[in-house]
Design a protein around this ligand. Structure first.
Ligand SMILES: Nc1ncnc2c1ncn2[C@@H]1O[C@H](COP(=O)(O)OP(=O)(O)OP(=O)(O)O)[C@@H](O)[C@H]1O
Length: 334
């Protein structure tokens, strides 16, 4: 599949010195609830794919929604291209959304695409919202369809007459048609079969390279992030417990929870299969009151784990929030 950039002949904008997306100390609480995100720090650079992995309910969707101003941020700061988005309200928030510089691809394309609109209109909609002149829209729509490998002959179909993979491409075309700087893709392949999954992941890979996009791919499935993410952040109960280069996280996880995910992923486990029994086994006896999100499930928890572990650097761009990150692995072989 080719990803064309007919209209994007200009080189992608030079990558800014800092990250395109920067999240610091992000807290989100829904009304009367416990914080769903409790102090998240994350960065994504232009041209990079950041994978965010976590089990159901860990706060992945909330994280993406917070970036686009759809979740109640109670503390922290989110900047995109150096501009603070957490302070945007009312008209300035609507104006920022309309530009389409940050795009959020919803989890379920069947539910997020209006069933009565044709592909042409669905993809043109964000352009109309962004104020792109009508006469430019048709060409931009066709270019976006080409970019996601969707045959132009499908432009007059409605979502109900498309396959799951085609619908996901329509959602992707809608997301890139405004030439965003940042794309948040929420479970973009979870509803697809293996072949379509690979196509969509390759598309994301091509698009971020050719358009210089920062892409955040949210997934509960480590296998689908493995081939595409440059870096991976592991979310557990609203906290980033580990982040780092994908290869490092996947081959030598520093947090026991990441290790459990890696050892459980069918196509990933290479060396840690024997760890699984211990990692899945009964928790140690964590302190009665522990601020570590994982202590209640952790086979290595002890008195040290009463306090919440601060994310500690373990090399460039690598951190883990675990008191025992340096030593738990040694205990596996005992
Ligand atoms: N609008 C809301 N109001 C109240 N609670 C919410 C709301 N949206 C999400 N939550 C709660 O926040 C927590 C995190 O939900 P979120 O959807 O962010 O998790 P997730 O990791 O994306 O899960 P999944 O993989 O199942 O989509 C859950 O406990 C959920 O019930």
């Amino acid at each position: 599949m080719t990803v064309t950039t007919e209209e994007h002949t200009a080189a992608p904008p030079a990558a800014p010195a800092g990250p395109l997306l920067s999240i610091r100390g992000l807290e989100v609480s829904y009304r009367r609830g416990e914080p769903v995100l409790g102090g998240v720090d994350l960065d994504a650079r232009a041209g990079e794919i950041l994978g965010v992995i976590g089990e159901t309910g860990s706060g992945k969707t909330t994280l993406a929604r917070a970036v686009v101003g759809l979740a109640p941020v109670t503390a922290g700061r989110i900047t995109v291209d150096g501009k603070d988005r957490t302070t945007l309200r009312g008209r300035s928030l609507r104006r920022a959304r309309r530009t389409g510089a940050v795009q959020y691809m919803f989890q379920d394309p069947l539910r997020s695409l209006d069933p009565d609109l044709t592909v042409r209109r669905l993809v043109a909609e964000p352009l109309a919202v962004a104020g792109v002149p009508r006469e430019e829209r048709e060409q931009r729509v066709l270019t976006a369809l080409d970019q996601v490998g969707l045959d132009r002959s499908l432009a007059d179909r409605t979502p109900g007459r498309l396959s799951g993979g085609q619908r996901q491409r329509v959602a992707l075309a809608r997301a890139i048609v405004t030439r965003p700087r940042l794309l948040l893709a929420d479970e973009p392949v979870s509803a697809l079969d293996a072949s379509n999954r690979n196509h969509v992941l390759r598309l994301l890979d091509g698009l971020r390279r050719e358009l210089g996009l920062a892409v955040v791919v949210i997934s509960h499935d480590l296998d689908s992030l493995a081939g595409v993410a440059d870096r991976i952040a592991v979310l557990y109960r609203g906290q980033v417990v580990e982040q780092g280069p994908a290869e490092a996280v996947l081959t030598a996880p520093l947090h026991p929870y990441s290790a459990l995910l890696v050892a459980s992923a069918p196509s990933l486990d290479r060396t840690h299969r024997t760890d699984l029994a211990l990692l899945r086994g009964p928790a140690a006896a964590p302190p009665a009151a522990s601020d570590c999100a994982f202590a209640h499930r952790c086979p290595f928890a002890d008195a040290d784990c009463a306090a919440r572990p601060a994310p500690t650097a373990h090399g460039p761009g690598r951190s883990a929030a675990c008191h025992h990150a340096p030593d738990w692995r040694a205990r596996l072989s005992r």
